[in-house]
Design a protein around this ligand. Structure first.
Ligand SMILES: CC(C)(COP(=O)(O)OP(=O)(O)OC[C@H]1O[C@@H](n2cnc3c(N)ncnc32)[C@H](O)[C@@H]1OP(=O)(O)O)[C@@H](O)C(=O)NCCC(=O)NCCS
Length: 181
């Protein structure tokens, strides 16, 4: 299937011990709890702080239908513990990878595994030729996730953080199928 068709299909992705599925309205409370954590919001560009049910509804109603975004769950427990997705770019052959994970699950390799499944879907099923991503300089943990997948830095620029309202130095990266680890 070509990226040109853009159906925003959301098959369940299996990345043992994780299952990635479409985010649903029943995930609202989990999304509010996790995105309401200031330590998460300040590392992200598009998450406001404080974060409430209206913000989760906006995500579920206006982001989920228009992006390839998955809820991360542990096999055997349907609770959303994080989100990973690809945002389409102006170039139909390119998309931007983004993700967040509940703090109690950090440091166990969950995001490299989840993002790896999504990147594989982007290249193999969507036919993307380029996946971009970025992280705030002050958030090297995210840089580690991207390095583990094979992303390479393309430059640094100032970006916005909705939660703090302050401009932040942002590292920009790119990955092509041949570099996917
Ligand atoms: C960035 C994030 C997704 C990493 O996910 P993860 O599943 O914890 O990733 P990993 O287990 O591979 O750990 C990545 C790095 O985090 C660091 N780390 C490990 N345990 C940690 C902990 N308890 N607390 C903080 N950082 C930790 C390590 O540097 C690790 O790199 P290493 O494996 O080379 O030692 C997660 O920290 C997160 O959701 N942060 C908040 C939101 C965010 O930053 N999103 C990305 C915006 S660009």
């Amino acid at each position: 299937m070509s990226a040109m068709t853009r159906p925003f299909d959301r098959p369940v992705l299996h990345a043992p011990p994780l299952i990635l599925r479409r985010p649903e309205p029943r995930d609202s409370d989990a999304i509010v709890r996790i995105c309401g954590d200031a330590e998460i919001a300040r590392r992200l560009a598009r998450v406001p702080h404080p974060y409430g049910a209206t913000d989760a509804a906006f995500f579920l109603d206006h982001v989920v239908p228009h992006e390839w975004v998955w809820a991360i769950t542990l096999d055997g427990d349907d609770t959303l513990i994080g989100v990973v997705g690809l945002t389409p770019g102006d170039d139909p052959a390119s998309a931007e990878l983004g993700y967040w994970l509940a703090r109690e699950h950090w440091g166990r390799g969950i995001m490299p595994r989840s993002a790896g499944a999504v990147v594989g879907y982007g290249f193999d099923t969507l036919g993307l030729s380029t996946i971009t991503s970025g992280y705030f300089e002050a958030n090297p943990a995210s840089g580690r996730v991207l390095a583990k997948l094979g992303f390479v830095e393309t430059g640094r620029q100032m970006g916005d953080c909705l939660a703090t309202g302050a401009p932040v130095s942002t590292v920009r990266l790119v990955l092509q199928p041949a570099g996917f680890a």
